[in-house]
Design a protein around this ligand. Sequence first.
Ligand SMILES: NC(=O)c1ccc[n+]([C@@H]2O[C@H](COP(=O)([O-])OP(=O)(O)OC[C@H]3O[C@@H](n4cnc5c(N)ncnc54)[C@H](O)[C@@H]3O)[C@@H](O)[C@H]2O)c1
Length: 355
Amino acid sequence: MNNFFKDKKVLITGHTGFKGSWLTQVLLNWGAEITGVALVPSTQPNLFTILKLEKRIRNNYLDIRDFQKVKDLLMKEKPEILFHFAAQPIVRDSYDDPLKTYTTNTLGTANVLQAIKETGCVKSAVIITTDKVYENKESHHPYRENDPLGGYDPYSASKAAADIIAQSYIRSFFHPDDFGTKHSTLVAVARAGNVIGGGDWSPYRLVPDIVRSIYEKKERIIIRNPQAIRPWEHVLEPLSGYLMLAEKLYNGEKSISGAWNFGPDEESFVSVEKLVDEAVRILGKGEIQISPDDSKHEAGILKLDTSKAKNLLSWKPRLSFNENLSLTFEWYRNYYEKIEDPIEFTNTQIDSFFK
Ligand SMILES: NC(=O)c1ccc[n+]([C@@H]2O[C@H](COP(=O)([O-])OP(=O)(O)OC[C@H]3O[C@@H](n4cnc5c(N)ncnc54)[C@H](O)[C@@H]3O)[C@@H](O)[C@H]2O)c1
């Protein structure tokens, strides 16, 4: 894959965020020419600044809700490959500001797809949604790509809507049957689970909450939903799937157009409490306090069936739950305890993963 991306013109929306910064670093290492479109980083610290990405790519601070600006940028940069990450991705924030969540996640996605349609330069587009797009039945049934979509909270509903918008664009304008005759763009939609890894400081997310409690506030780690089970996966796992999709779409593999799940194997469906225990063990510090659940409704059980990606892409999760947590919490320890240069440390993790 690294040879494929060399010198390719790639546009990443949401490149200042957690997943976008990791992807930008991976693609820089592989020699891609990167244009980024996002808002200024919203947390302090943040991975985008730590990796010094602003100066290493064609950086644009731009609101994806402004169609004309998105289109003008595509006209100017003419990317061949596009990854769409930009979103308001926090469930709790979506309760506080549902309209911002809906406009960013739905209109923003439609703007990106419409700009792709009107400019015609993008050959391969990967639209990132989430495992929360599925109508959640709170059962142990793992969701498959053709299960019904839905959404209880505004975040899930907005991402389900974004997913439907992307599929509507595929059917209406980027249909694989018309590829090469009526259009020259193939689009895939990627749904991943609870993604963790070094460099995330988003609010209301478990891993950032743990490291903030230990290293910044120096207080006990408060957990409210100890029994909630989540499909924890390291950020490099879904990214490797998105990269595979992008390459195959670029090469004109029509069967790749459509929706894909990227989740961990069964052993990584683990409770919040177990993850926190393991974090304390790896970091060698931290005390846990369980507090009554005052949170808004969030899905209790969420499992993904990844057999499509395994069978048709030969993608599979590479890390065990313990390896995932080691990579994640060792990244933060390295950062807070200033052991190694964080760019070099991040690159060591990327290299060892892709080897
Ligand atoms: N992190 C997870 O666990 C997870 C799980 C499933 C899906 N996802 C999806 O992956 C994507 C990235 O998530 P993340 O964790 O990196 O989030 P993040 O909050 O770290 O990054 C979000 C990015 O979107 C950009 N953005 C937000 N509003 C924008 C706007 N109006 N215009 C332009 N840019 C805007 C931000 O500037 C930032 O670069 C999102 O689409 C999210 O829904 C994340």
